[in-house]
Design a protein around this ligand. Sequence first.
Ligand code: ZN
Ligand code: FE
Length: 260
Amino acid sequence: MQIHGLRALDDNYIWLLQHDKTAWVVDPGDATVVLTALENLGLHLHGILITHHHYDHTQGVTDLLDHLGPMPVYGPVNSRFDAIDQPLKEGDRLALEGWILNVLQTPGHTLDHISFVNSQAAFTGDTLFTAGCGRLFEGTAEQMAASLKKLRTLPDDTLVYCGHEYTWANIHFAARAEPDNPDILTRMAQTIANYKQGQPCVPAPMGLEKATNPFLRFDHAPLRQTLLERGAEETDASLFATLRAWKDNLDATGELEPKR
Ligand code: ZN
Ligand code: FE
């Protein structure tokens, strides 16, 4: 399976999966971007995969169906996005011309959030970002911590394909959360270089996420100790909530954003 990253809206990624002349699309927040790519690559779209109901991941679905005709729309069984006609839950498997994707329920950012994973690729929507994670809009800290720990069990060479390009702010936060982690400093330098050259930082291997993403490391020393000092209790939910709130507060100041 060949995977194309399409940039859409402000900072979204739409993932176009290609096998010969057949394609599937993950989280089409913009139909025009997808239709243009299909035409340029000469592909036929066979299905649409949705990670969660937010408009920036679903807005293009109706237009795609209008332009291309009916096709399966896969998404969470408990989603409020009503164009889904192939509802999926934990443990379900999706076969895209023999390429199997497993469905994980990964609530926290939203209650309906799922991820599509196999040993090569993980489409993590707004649950796991490169060097970060999604905000808690509907779920609890306990749910999000459990979702991230579930994703953390994927092999190191699985590539993480997430829903947004937020790597700059995320890795700059990581460097504050774990200032003595050399892998974070290396990744920060690489991220800055990529942004300067207009290169994407997604996908990234799960092994790099495990080494540098604070939201996969909240229960490990030394970050765990830092979070306890910031008032967390010794539970995953409290450690995660303390870390998430720390980043939310910094996000509000704008100081983690790229300097242009
Ligand atoms: Zn979202
Ligand atoms: Fe989003």
